[in-house]
Each structure stands twice: as structure tokens, then as C-alpha cells.
Design a protein around this ligand. Structure first.
Ligand SMILES: Cc1ncc(COP(=O)(O)O)c(C=O)c1O
Length: 394
């Protein structure tokens, strides 16, 4: 077929599905082989020199993992993707590839706790200067730019406050100053948000979340054009070795088959839970991009086609009340992670964002009374019933 496939068709068909030659398998086969035979020594030499394409060794490329990479590049409207063993592997590899001693990075002040720890506390050990800023404040971002600035890094919506960062504005700043822009797009994966189409250079994913979708794998990805991704592959990926296992790739390929229907249903369920929470007397405030009360609704509508299914809220009564609530839910699991088919609840100050000092948390606006819920595919009436009974025990 010559037409560009639509999103849900790409999810099923891009990759190896139609081209498995031996048995005509309709699913992508798992190739566990760590190494691949060369028919002749000359062929081996050509593959090693890059003059001829072909498999060498699974730390570089594996057919099952490659099928996933093709799918990921297609769904993000990129040209090339690299699959990694975790989302953190994708983040650390991409940043270490772009930064060296004496360089500087500008990052939005609210990002995933693990990424924050790496950027704010580990990169400085390698002589990299770090500026954590409000990335929606153009003047603040531009005031930190100088000759040493190599990367602008952010997530949107942010975790856990669901604040929206203006992708197009930061892409423009990056282009104007020749700085590589990197977005962690895990919170709003396709079909919600397409940062590469908005001018961003590199998209990062934790595939552990929406894209894998079933809480049964850990994985990550780095996606962009050949110009941005090929050097990461040749100069860093094959030497750092953050390779994904073909068994993991198989599960993620399977997860992607249902990505669109899962996300759309989870978004509907999340909106129902958000409305319930917004009307609840024990709730101070709800953060969810789908609510009219979200302070950046115009930006949500401009850069997102959807909302994702993660929301957070401030419970009246602070830390103690939050602790009681999360201890008393029965259906919703008290666990970190998000975007998967089962609903999860967590307390950022003591869990996902505990790597931040309390000062850093205050600066990032993460209150001790904040609770995060990732809404899954359960019937929303059951989720609301569960929350109601837990609130009664607070
Ligand atoms: C926004 C974001 N990026 C990256 C990661 C890290 O992903 P992984 O756990 O797959 O390493 C997380 C984990 O929760 C996250 O929330």
C-alpha cells in the first residue's frame, strides 16, 4: 500500500509483521540469538565497516528489537528509534551523548524524580553546569543560554502536577540558538502529542508506561531523525550497551497493538474520576489537563489531542490524610508507575519524588498532601466507589 498508514494501522502493521519469511507468522517472532552468522568473511567485514547493512550482534541490532524500533519511529513521526532497557537508560544515554565537561544544560524544574536526580545531582559530577528553570518563562530560559549550552530538556505534561510546557516555544528557542531540544513524551505519547512535528529534535520514552501498557516490562526509547539518532547509535549506544532484550521488545510490540484504544478509554475513565474528585469535600484541588479548571486549557488544546489518564490532587489534612487514603483503597493498587491497564495510586513526596530534597520539592510545587492516580481500564464507577470508601476512612 502506498498511502501513509493511519495511527491505529501503523500500531499493528509497521515492523516485521508481514515480512517474517520462514513460516509466515502473523506476529513478530522473538529472535533470541545474541549473534548472527556472516556467509563469508568479506560480508562480515562489509557489515562491520557499515558499507553493507546486515545483522552483527544483538547489542547493536536484533531483529525483534528492530521491529519495535521501526514501529516507534513510525508512531512518533520520526525516522529512527533506538530501544533501550529502561526509560532512565534512554534519558542518561541521550544526555551523556550530548554533554561533556564544561557544557551546560537547561531543564524544566519539574521533571520525573529519577531524571531530576541524574540531571541536578549526577551531571555536575562530570563537570556539566545545570540550570533548572521555569521553562514556560522565555526570559528565564534565554537568560541561561550561553556558548556552553548544549541541551534544553523537559517533560510535558509534568509529573506529578500535570503542568503543560509549551513545546513549540522551546523548539523555537532551541533552533534560534542551535541547542538540541529533548522532550520526555511519556506522559502524552502518540496519538496525543507529537513533539518532533513541533520542531523538537529528540523524543524520549519510558515504554514501561502507556506504550507497553500492561505493567509487565521495563523499556525506553530515543526517537528522532536520522541526523539526530544515527550519531547516538554509532558513537554511544553500541558502547554504553543499554540494549533491550528481544523478549521485552515482543511484549512492547504486543502492547502497541492496542495503544490507541487503551489510551482513549483510559482518558474517559480519568475524566470521570477527576470530576468525582473535584466535587469531593475532602479534596482541595485537582490537577488534570482534561478539566476546565486546568489553568492552561488553551495550551492543552493547542498542543495535545487528548489528556492522558494521570491526575493528581491535594487532599485536605496534609501528609497524614494522604497516607490514610492510599492505605485504604482496595481496588486501586498502591504502586508507582502509570499509564497501564490497572489503576495505581501513589504519594509523590514519599515515593516517586523522594529523591528531591524537601527544598527542591517545595520549589517544584510538590506538596506533602499531593496524591497521584494513574487511571486504568476498570469501570470508572468501581474506581469512584473505591475512592469514596477510602475517603470515608480518612
Ligand atoms: C516521565 C518519566 N520519564 C522516565 C521515567 C523512567 O522510566 P523507566 O522506569 O522505564 O526507567 C519515568 C518513570 O516513572 C517517568 O515518570
Amino acid at each position: 500500500m502506498k498511502n501513509k498508514l493511519k495511527f491505529s494501522t501503523q500500531n499493528l502493521h509497521v515492523g516485521l509483521r508481514k515480512s517474517e519469511p520462514t513460516f509466515g507468522s502473523v506476529v513478530t517472532p522473538i529472535y533470541p540469538s545474541s549473534t548472527f552468522q556472516f556467509p563469508t568473511a568479506k560480508e562480515g567485514a562489509l557489515r562491520f565497516s557499515g558499507k553493507k547493512k546486515g545483522l552483527i550482534y544483538s547489542r547493536f541490532t536484533n531483529p525483534t528489537v528492530y521491529a519495535l524500533e521501526k514501529k516507534l519511529a513510525a508512531i512518533e513521526n520520526g525516522e529512527r528509534a533506538l530501544a533501550t532497557s529502561s526509560g532512565m537508560a534512554a534519558i542518561t544515554l541521550t544526555l551523556l551523548h550530548h554533554l561533556k565537561h564544561g557544557d551546560s544544560i537547561i531543564a524544566h524544574k519539574v521533571i520525573y524524580g529519577g531524571a531530576f536526580e541524574f540531571i541536578a545531582h549526577i551531571l555536575p559530577k562530570f563537570g556539566v553546569t545545570v540550570h533548572m528553570v521555569n521553562a514556560n518563562n522565555r526570559a528565564e530560559v534565554e537568560s541561561k543560554i550561553d556558548k556552553t549550552t548544549k541541551v534544553i530538556y523537559f517533560e510535558t505534561p509534568t509529573n506529578p502536577l500535570l503542568e503543560i510546557v509549551d513545546i513549540q516555544k522551546l523548539a523555537e528557542i532551541g533552533k534560534k540558538h542551535g541547542i538540541t531540544t529533548i522532550v520526555d513524551n511519556m506522559f502524552a505519547p502518540p496519538p496525543i502529542q507529537y513533539p518532533l512535528d513541533m520542531g523538537i529534535d529528540i523524543v524520549i520514552h519510558s515504554l514501561t508506561k502507556y506504550i507497553g501498557g500492561h505493567s509487565d516490562v521495563i523499556g525506553g526509547a530515543i526517537i528522532g531523525s536520522h541526523k539526530t539518532i544515527d550519531p547516538i547509535f554509532f558513537q554511544s549506544y553500541i558502547f554504553f550497551g543499554p540494549t533491550m532484550s528481544p523478549y521485552t521488545a515482543y511484549f512492547i510490540i504486543r502492547g502497541i497493538s492496542t495503544l490507541e484504544v487503551r489510551i482513549r478509554q483510559q482518558e474517559k475513565n480519568a475524566l470521570a474520576v477527576a470530576h468525582f474528585l473535584e466535587a469531593h469535600p475532602q479534596v482541595e484541588r485537582v490537577f488534570f489537563p482534561g478539566l476546565d479548571s486546568h489553568p492552561q486549557r488553551t495550551l492543552v488544546k493547542r498542543q495535545m489531542n487528548g489528556t492522558g489518564s494521570v491526575l493528581s490532587f491535594l487532599i485536605k489534612g496534609g501528609y497524614k490524610a494522604g497516607e490514610k487514603l492510599v492505605n485504604n483503597v482496595e481496588l486501586i493498587a498502591l504502586a508507582v508507575s502509570l499509564g497501564c491497564v490497572e489503576s495505581l495510586i501513589e504519594h509523590p513526596a514519599s515515593m516517586t519524588h523522594s529523591e528531591l530534597t524537601s527544598q527542591e520539592r517545595t520549589k517544584a510545587g510538590i506538596d506533602d498532601a499531593l496524591i497521584r492516580i494513574s487511571v486504568g481500564l476498570e469501570d470508572p464507577e468501581d474506581l469512584i466507589y473505591d475512592l469514596k470508601q477510602a475517603f470515608e476512612k480518612v
